[in-house]
Design a protein around this ligand. Structure first.
Ligand code: URA
Length: 198
């Protein structure tokens, strides 16, 4: 691809996104409307990683633009003092599972190099994983989110930590208790960024 920005991170992400746009590595390619690669600040200190696009995301080609996304935006602003443009938002699978079913292990595996490439380029200090799928994928564990959430887990060679929290959809379903824990986790994310000088 021709050089357009001079910023190697932006260019590498653009190459990955172009590859993902034509991806047929798994059956989700057949039913998607749009590949939802991810968006945000390519030099963000924090990445937010969800599960996979829902209906709105599939239509718009952008992550977290439906109801879960509205709650995510609120938590980022109210607890971490961040606008969504200041973080980088992506999902474990880039194409919508039909009917919002859970992604299959083979689909997560097929999509894995896109997420790995995004993290490798952005090199965030904090990766906030939303829910079981992104947490289990990044931490390579079968442990559940309730046990793992709210604590930073060292990840990779660069001092990056994974901070798991619940998926916003769980707060929308589960109400006050889940939401209160998520608020505390977003405050923790802000503290971790501050400790890293960000
Ligand atoms: N849920 C997710 O996990 N990701 C999105 O992008 C939207 C909803």
């Amino acid at each position: 691809m021709a050089s357009t920005t001079g910023d190697p991170v932006i260019e590498a992400l653009a190459v990955l996104a172009a590859d993902a746009a034509g991806c047929t590595r798994c059956p989700l390619a057949a039913t998607r409307t749009t590949v939802v690669f991810g968006e945000g600040d390519p030099h963000a200190g924090m990445m937010v990683v969800g599960e996979g696009p829902g209906r709105e995301e599939d239509l718009q080609g952008r992550p977290f633009v439906g109801r879960s996304g509205q709650l995510l935006d609120r938590l980022l602003a109210e607890e971490a003092g961040l606008r969504r443009e200041q973080v980088y938002i992506a999902n474990v699978v880039k194409c919508r599972p039909p009917g919002n079913r859970d992604p299959e292990p083979a689909e997560i595996e097929a999509c894995g190099s896109y997420l790995a490439g995004q993290v490798a380029q952005i090199r965030p200090r904090v990766v906030l994983t939303l829910g079981n799928f992104s947490t289990r994928t990044l931490l390579a564990t079968k442990e559940g989110i309730t046990k793992l959430r709210g604590r930073p887990h060292p990840w990779g060679p660069d001092g990056t930590v994974v901070l798991p929290t619940f998926h916003p959809a769980a707060a929308l379903r589960g109400g006050g208790e889940v939401l209160a824990r998520m608020r505390a986790d977003f405050v923790r994310a802000k503290e971790l960024l501050a400790a890293a000088g960000l």
